[in-house]
Design a protein around this ligand. Structure first.
Ligand code: ADP
Ligand code: MG
Length: 392
């Protein structure tokens, strides 16, 4: 005989009471610096996801700039509304925020946007011409200049962007051949640091077992207009040179995290059409900044396929607000942010003031032998996860 589930009168009442699509049950509306915050009790059957889907509709209905879901707990969500776009005027100065950390701008949550190379070692900075890519590179430069960090620049648009800051840079390349040479030098530095780490039986230069006096100086490589590295006017003559640059750059990216060599790669688009090594390089650049771009495809390439909302937000960036971008940081969530506007004079002043902190290229490469490439086994040895390894 089939047994039936017994439903009590109380349960039955409860089931009958469930409704869908009801007006939200708002709690207290508390003013904040940029707008207001309000708790909402979820109706039975609703989840925080239901609110995430309709945030746009709420913003229009409430006539505010935007609504975010700030937090949730079972049965309750907290919404934060912003009355006007906090990114319309970014007055926050660029600031160093600890070793290898720079506050480069403001997020639409009102919090500063921090690029932290120890948390995310390599960054891809994409955008159309005049979207604000170089400004972000300049902001990073200004923030890193006072720190004990070596800076190296690749600027293949004739050096127009970085030449004024050359004083604070340990090396600046404006031609592809020079880049290839500096990359060989960087691989030499990495091999030297690799040997150092082996001697101390550690897997990265930040390990506490490495004596402080032996810890090498971290280095940030800023690459402006990366496509210039890969574009070939005469493919026959330039193919080998491009292949060399591309493999070396990839090796530096693969091992950079462990050995304190960090990358910031700026470009209008960084797609596979530039060459076979570009997709592999892009996969290593886990920090993503997408300024205004001209097509969906470029936005997707920059932000990945993780969240269609991020791509939509990137496509909505107005050309009237250069420096605005969609960023993906450490928790994998996306945010809108706008970089602090860095005047050229400001960056030049920082370069002059802190020029004495720049180690020379000869000092940086002391003991290192410029090298063409690394053994893939060595790459594996230092990129494989290791239980003893501390987060770097
Ligand atoms: N965060 C910002 N706030 C205000 N103006 C900006 C900002 N970022 C860039 N700009 C301005 O926008 C223009 C283009 O910026 P730039 O960084 O040179 O773009 P890109 O390198 O992408 O071509 C410049 O005139 C710059 O001063
Ligand atoms: Mg530029």
């Amino acid at each position: 005989m089939r047994r039936r589930t017994v439903i009590s009168v109380a349960q039955s009442r409860r089931l009958r009471r469930v409704e869908v699509e009801r007006a939200p049950r708002l709690g207290f509306i508390r003013p904040t610096r940029l707008g207001f915050r309000v708790g909402v009790r979820l109706h039975d059957g609703q989840t925080p996801e239901d609110y995430v889907r309709v945030l746009d509709k709420l913003a229009h209905a409430w006539k505010v700039h935007s609504v975010r879901l700030a937090s949730w707990k079972p049965g309750k969500v907290v919404l934060v509304a912003t009355l006007a776009d906090p990114l319309a005027h970014v007055t926050l100065p660029v600031l160093s925020d600890g070793l290898l950390r720079v506050r480069v701008g403001l997020m639409d949550t009102g919090a500063p946007f921090v690029i932290d190379f120890r948390a995310i070692p390599h960054w891809l900075n994409v955008g159309a011409t005049q979207s604000g890519k170089s400004n972000l590179a300049n902001a990073l430069f200004v923030g890193l200049a006072p720190q004990p960090v070596a800076l190296v620049g690749f600027d293949l648009k004739g050096g127009v962007e970085f030449t004024p800051y050359e004083g604070r840079m340990s090396a600046l390349a404006t031609e592809r051949d020079e880049c290839a040479e500096l990359l060989a030098g960087l691989i030499g530095i990495i091999k030297y640091r690799m040997a150092l780490c082996r001697r101390h039986r550690v897997k990265n230069i930040w390990h506490p077992r490495l004596p402080e006096a032996a810890r090498p100086m971290p280095l940030v490589l800023l690459v402006d207009e990366v496509a210039e590295l890969f574009l070939m006017a005469d493919p026959k003559a330039e193919k080998d040179a491009v292949a060399a640059v591309s493999t070396r750059l990839l090796r530096v990216a693969q091992l950079g995290r462990a050995f304190g060599v960090y990358l910031v790669v700026c470009g209008q688009r960084v797609g596979s059409d530039l060459g076979p090594g570009v997709t592999a390089l892009r996969a290593q650049l886990t920090g993503r900044v997408c300024h205004m771009v001209n097509d969906d495809e470029t936005a997707k390439m920059a932000l990945g396929d993780m969240d269609p909302g991020a791509v939509v937000a990137a496509r909505e960036i107005s050309p009237a607000m250069p420096g605005t971008a969609v960023v993906i940081g450490s928790e994998g969530r996306w945010h809108r942010m706008r970089s602090a506007h860095v005047l050229e004079e400001q960056a030049e002043a920082a370069a002059a003031e802190y020029a004495h902190l720049a180690p020379s290229w000869a000092e940086l490469t002391r003991g290192a032998v410029a090298s063409d490439d690394l053994d893939p086994d060595e790459v594996d040895e230092f990129t494989a996860p290791d239980l003893e390894d501390l987060p770097v």
